[in-house]
Every structure is written in C-alpha cells, then in structure tokens.
Design a protein around this ligand. Structure first.
Ligand code: GLV
Ligand code: MN
Ligand code: MN
Length: 417
C-alpha cells in the first residue's frame, strides 16, 4: 500500500487522557484503576462506544462485554482482520497499558479511512473484557471465553472478593445473553494483531520504535493458603508458635531463590498479594493467602519450576507445622506469532521507514488466547524506562503515532490477503 498514512497523535493522546479520567482510583491521572464491571469501567465503555460510532464503525457487544467495532469490508463474508486490546487497569497503574491497543487500533482505522483506503476483508477493533486478573483472579476472561478456554460453567464459577460470581456481576453491569454465545465461530479471524506498549526496557535501550513480537511467554497464577495457629502476640512464646505469615514469608523467599536459580533467564516469579488473617498488630497470623505469578517462554522449564516450588513450599510447611493448600488458577502454554503476520508487520515497518527488532513478550495479552485459534501477531512500542503497571508508565505521542501507522499498514496488508 503506497498511500500516505499519517496518524493523528494529538487526537489519540487527548482520547487517552480523557479515558484516564474514567478511573476507580481516588488519585488523579496518570494513576488509573479500572476494575472490570465497575462504574469506571462502564463509563469508559460508554465513552469508547461513542468514539467507535463517530468513526462510522458498527458496534456489537457480546454477553460479557467484549466489544467489537467493525469496518465492513468489500467482502463481508471473508474472515475478519482483528486488532485491539483491553481497557481495564490494575489498581494504581498507568494510562497506556492496553488502552494504546484499543484507541491505537481506532486511530489506525481512522488513519486508513482518511487515506482513502477501502478494505477487502472487514477490519474489526475489539476491546476485550477483563484482561487483568484483578477482580476474578484470572486474567483474559474475555479472550479465554471467546476462544473456548473458559466455558460458561467455568466463567460462572469465578467469584470476586465479595463472593459474587462472574455471571451475576456481568448481568448487574448490564450485560445479558447466554454465556455460551461468547464463543467465536471457528475461522472467525483471518488474522489478529495487537498493538501494546512493551512494558519492558529493550526497545528504548536499542533506540528502536517498533518491536515485532514472535511469541508470548507462558503465564501461570497460583493461590497459596497457609494455615497456622493464631494467638496473643504477648502470651504465646516463640518455640510453640505456628505463625502462618512467617511460613508464607519463607515460601516467598524460596520462590524468589528458585526463580533466580532457573536455567531459563526468562523465568520470572512474583508474590504480589498477601492477605493476613486476622490482621491485627498484637495477634499472631493464623491464616495467610498469597498469590504467585510464574512465567517463562520455555513451558517445560516453567512447569518444572512449578513442581519444584510445590515441593519446597510443602517442606517449609511441614517443618513449621502449618497446613498448605495450593490452587492453580491458570497455567497456560505460550503462544507463537504467525510467520505471515510477522512478515506483514516487518514489511510495513520497512515501507514506513520504521526500524524494528523481533522480540518475545514476557507480559501476557489477550493475543495469547487468540493465537491458540487464529493467526496472531503483536506490535510493541517503547515505553519510558520500561516502566508499566505503575502510574508513571509513559509512551511518547511520537512512539504511539509510529505504532499506529505500522499497525494501519499491517492491517491493510492483511485485509487484502
Ligand atoms: C498483563 O497485564 C500481565 O500481567 O502480563
Ligand atoms: Mn496489564
Ligand atoms: Mn496490557
């Protein structure tokens, strides 16, 4: 495609900034919290729907709120070329994670429209419901359900902190219809490509505007529950204590040691949540729940570390006389990008004079699940200092504009296939 593609970075930035004001967070932007099916999430969805309609796209919302905005192609029955990401945001995070892939895809479509391009295949922007695991403990519920990785029963079995299940919460938020209908028909996507900030430091360090993703690392998430014995902080002497928190702390340190010793440099492990019961300064903790996030591009190594970690945690629990229960919330395989989409993205980079490198994604994305049923690719743009999941997350307007233009050119190539 030889047309001039010129993204409107000012409009994109203004829209991102407005979206950032739609937040559950008491702090002002750029700090953002947007939990799925919260009031802020619903306001954000309404704002985005208005933008999609202004751009002349036909909007469809599925029973759990996955939102599709379609630019009908000359051959509407042909497999769709999809692009999109998420707009939910973990507590106290930034304003670019996911949102750049939603508003960026919208700007890519507007850029193509302004250039006079008309697609053969339909191009569809998707906003996935709940990429983040914040509310229901499992990430990517929208794309898992769309691709059959979460059944209607499994979705209903997911509960939030108040004990409300996914089905009740989505209905209260105004999403109706049978959960079974979320599943996409086979062959729905001809190709899918997601634009995202890198969330790591490599592109910035290399001075490159674009990363073409070749694979997404395999994520897993576990919940560990340690039960010890509570008691009075003054009266129970040290030799007889069965403190659940000190046992959990030892497990957390063992997790860190195992990850540091891993043969794969890409294995990472994080304990990000700790719930201490009863949570009083003068009471020995009787129960601790702890999250564990463990990932690697090398699935066999990720799984071997998971097995080793359970053994070590059980040995710690046994020695300290506490009970340990381990629940695997999810343990997913990695996803490999489609060679044809990688080629199309690299050709788009060359056409636009944007230098790039191939790279893996250590963060997970909805593309991980789309990639299990359809040809998938991802484009990364640099973010300052590689910082993400923090309020000071930042991508420059220039970086976003280049990402949008490369995305637009790639979508145009894929839509002509
Ligand atoms: C996505 O937010 C991830 O945790 O990788
Ligand atoms: Mn995220
Ligand atoms: Mn994200």
């Amino acid at each position: 495609m030889s047309r001039k593609l010129s993204a409107d970075a000012d409009q994109l930035l203004a829209e991102l900034q407005h979206l950032a004001t739609l937040s559950d967070c008491a702090e002002p932007p750029p700090a953002v919290t947007r939990v799925v099916f919260s009031e802020a999430d619903l306001r954000a969805r309404a704002y985005l729907k208005g933008l999609y309609e202004e751009a002349g796209l036909a909007v469809r919302v599925d029973p759990i709120g996955n939102t599709f905005a379609r630019w009908e192609g000359a051959e509407p029955a042909a497999g769709v070329v999809g692009s999109g990401s998420h707009t939910d945001a973990i507590p106290h995070s930034g304003m670019y994670d996911g949102t750049v892939g939603v508003l960026g895809a919208l700007e890519a479509i507007r850029t193509l429209k302004r250039s006079g391009y008309c697609p053969r295949r339909s191009i569809e922007l998707v906003m996935f419901t709940s990429e983040e695991p914040t509310r229901f403990g499992v990430g990517c519920t929208g794309s898992r359900a769309m691709t059959g990785r979460l059944t209607a029963d499994q979705l209903t079995g997911l509960k939030d902190e108040s004990g409300d299940n996914y089905d009740e919460v989505r209905q209260r938020a105004g999403f109706s219809g049978a959960l079974q209908d979320v599943l996409l028909p086979e062959g729905y996507y001809h190709a899918f490509i997601e634009l995202h900030i890198e969330q790591g430091p490599e592109l910035e360090a290399a001075g490159l505007p674009i990363g073409v993703v070749t694979a997404i690392a395999a994520p897993s998430q576990l919940t560990l529950c340690v039960e010890g014995e509570g008691g009075h902080a003054g009266a129970v002497l040290m030799p007889v204590r069965r403190d659940a928190l000190t046992a959990a702390a030892e497990v957390a340190l063992a997790v860190e040691r195992l990850a540091r010793e891993s043969v794969s440099p890409d294995l990472v492990a994080t304990v990000g949540q700790l719930g201490v019961h009863p949570g009083a300064a003068n009471s020995i903790p009787s129960r601790v729940t702890m999250s564990l996030d463990l990932r690697d591009i090398d699935l066999a190594n990720r799984d071997a570390v998971l097995v080793r970690l359970r053994e070590v945690a059980e040995a710690i629990a046994c020695r300290r006389g506490v009970k340990l229960q381990v629940t695997v919330q999810n343990a997913d395989p990695p996803s490999v990008a489609d060679a044809g989409i990688v080629d199309a993205a690299e050709q788009a980079c060359r056409d636009l004079g944007a230098s790039h490198q191939r790279m893996i994604s250590r963060a997970y994305h909805d593309s991980l699940f789309i990639g299990q049923v359809a040809p998938m690719g991802m484009l990364f743009i640099p973010c300052r200092g590689g910082v993400s999941h923090r309020p000071d997350e930042y991508a420059s307007p220039e970086a976003m504009a280049t990402g949008v233009e490369v995305l637009a050119a790639t979508l145009a190539k894929l839509a002509e296939e």
